[in-house]
Design a binder for this molecule. Sequence first.
Ligand code: ATP
Length: 291
Amino acid sequence: MNSITIKAYAKINLGLDVIRKRPDGYHDVSMIMQTLNLYDTLRIKKTKSKSLTLRSNLHFLPTDRRNLVYKAVELFHEKCPIESGLNIHINKSIPVAAGLAGGSADAAATLKGLNNLFNTGLSLNELMAIGVKLGADVPYCLLMGTALSEGIGEILKPLPHMPDCYILLVKPSVSISTKYVYENLRLDGNNISHPDILTMISALEEGSLDKLSSHMDNILETVTAKEYPIIEKIKEIMKDRGALTSLMSCSGPTVFGIFNDKEKAESAYSYFKSSRYGKQIFLTKPYFPKE
Ligand code: ATP
């Protein structure tokens, strides 16, 4: 095999709780993750030279060591030396810096792709051990599906599949720094309410989309809602237009809405497409890898 094409899927956080700030500066989290049927496509090609060349359809995306794909190749190479050069093309569809883990998904897909292309036979756990060095979300992006993510994101437990639904994504044109959001999160405030992750898990076990939706929550909104009113506004509109619920994914700024009705989802999608609330709007569904 001389080349491989692999999809890198976006994720949202159906629930995101921060338990505590650790002495090392990281945060212990408890999150329910869900893969979406929205993906970047990576084409990895062997070349005769010894070098790595990265290209992408987005001119502003770095193609050097700052790109997680580049770092993923280097770390894979440390574990399994590759006797070949590589050309990698990343076709990005996942909005960048959006709270959808696009970079982590690309890194995870690169590790999987290289493992297949070079027949290196690394297990999922071995790939995850490489992945966590690239970012806390990378192990989940290797696992995919519906999962509980704890620790800094590296302790993963598969959960029953999220019930079928339509998921509307709207990314407003604001940039939110993940670092800023975590630094400004106050866990000691009197009126901070933590998402009920355990009840969400029982809703998944019961297969109840209504119960699941009614408990979806993201503690990071306590920071972003104050700073970026557009996030609350998009949430309100989604709910007015029939979403069971709506919340921000990860540290934002993408807002998602959960719909059980196709027509309402499509009508809300059209509304946002013709509105000024965001340029990047997608109507998608949960995605589950073939088992
Ligand atoms: P998360 O949900 O994990 O917080 P995100 O969706 O907010 O991630 P990314 O799209 O992963 O953010 O991008 C964050 C930063 O990472 C960007 O500033 C971008 O320049 C850099 N980056 C490095 N590699 C990639 C990649 N392959 N795709 C997208 N961004 C990348």
